[in-house]
Design a protein around this ligand. Structure first.
Ligand code: FO1
Length: 319
């Protein structure tokens, strides 16, 4: 069986650990198509937070408390940059993490595409799934906000890390999406998949930038594989992260139904056939989409693997 997962960073990585665990029991292959909208260049280094969160988590090297970056991290580089008064001081690069960005940036500067660089980095971490960026092209999420008495577009990382999303926020723009092509292997994986899963990642700033790559969205929406999404909202709260702030900014309800409404039914031009919601949200109805309520708290790998089994059952593929 072939499973494709559309994923953001920290929550998506946790979900993918459950997908990998369940896939091992089936002898299935997993391909993760990961958001690059959070990517940013800082201090001359190319940083790919979502790819790195997935790679470190599946490689057993992530910091489970912080969620992002490496476990056992040290911060000498950050302190030294601060001592020079170098901005941005609001964004912290750990020493171990910095090595990843140095390798990535050197390879990109030498002309390798991000997909090839990611494969090279994964040779060390052995994530057990194929990790693909949604695109090798520049695609960055910018946020239109009111700050210092003017309306400006700032990078997603500045919106989130510097301002914690606490600014009057008008919209999210995926810079470069119009011309972005899907990375090598992405369309083939989607077209060959038995099922496409949408991780319980942020629908507005993690999954939407992936689906903003036109050919990729078309492949998911019109491809042969059933598509099942997992709600990132339980009740009225995100499982983790800032999905509530993002949904409010785009005028969507902060609920499992609100997120499914954004994705839409495949029978009506959207991307979903099935929608997994938490047991506490049983009764959620989404036009044209089959919903099922199961426990969605990713408390450990077994609980997450059980969610994945339910998702595959909902997709009608042999679980
Ligand atoms: N998140 C923070 O809250 N503060 C940081 O200084 C920070 C640095 C950072 C560096 C590398 C990296 O891969 C991720 C980093 N993050 C940091 C996490 C990141 O901002 C976000 O949580 C994601 O982009 C959202 O998935």
């Amino acid at each position: 069986m072939r499973i494709v997962v559309l994923s953001g960073g920290i929550g998506g990585a946790k979900f993918l650990a459950g997908v990998r665990a369940h896939a091992r029991t089936l002898g299935a292959e997993v391909t993760a198509v990961v958001n690059v909208g959070d990517d940013v260049r800082m201090h001359g280094l190319q940083i790919c937070p979502d790819l790195d969160s997935v790679m470190y988590t599946l490689g057993g090297a992530h910091d489970p408390d912080r969620g992002w970056g490496r476990v056992g991290e040290t911060w000498v580089v950050k302190e030294e940059l601060a001592a020079y008064g170098v901005e941005p001081s609001w964004f912290g690069l750990g020493d171990k993490d910095t090595a990843t960005h140095l390798v990535r940036t050197q390879m990109l500067n030498a002309g390798y595409p991000l997909s090839a660089v990611t494969a090279a980095l994964c040779a060390r971490w052995q994530p057990g799934v194929t990790l693909l960026p949604a695109t090798d092209d520049r695609l960055e999420t910018h946020v239109v906000v009111d700050v210092d008495d003017e309306r400006r577009a700032i990078h997603f990382q500045e919106w989130w890390v510097r301002y914690r999303g606490d600014l009057p926020t008008h919209r999210f723009v995926f810079v470069g999406a119009d011309n972005a092509k899907s990375a090598p292997g992405v369309l083939d994986a989607i077209n060959a998949a038995d099922v496409v899963l949408i991780a319980p990642s942020n629908p507005v700033v993690s999954i939407a930038p992936i689906l903003a790559v036109g050919a990729l969205r078309d492949a998911v929406a019109s491809g042969p594989a059933p598509v099942v999404g997992v709600s990132p909202i339980i009740g009225t709260s995100p499982v983790r992260g800032m999905a509530d702030k993002c949904l409010t900014a785009v005028g969507a309800e902060v609920s499992a139904a609100g997120v499914a409404g954004l994705y839409g039914s495949r029978s009506d031009g959207g991307v979903l056939d099935g929608w997994l919601v938490d047991s506490s949200d049983a009764g959620t109805e989404v036009a044209g989409v089959t919903t099922r309520a199961v426990p969605l708290w990713m408390t450990d790998e077994d609980a997450t693997a059980a969610m994945v089994r339910h998702a595959l059952e909902l997709a009608g593929v042999n679980a």
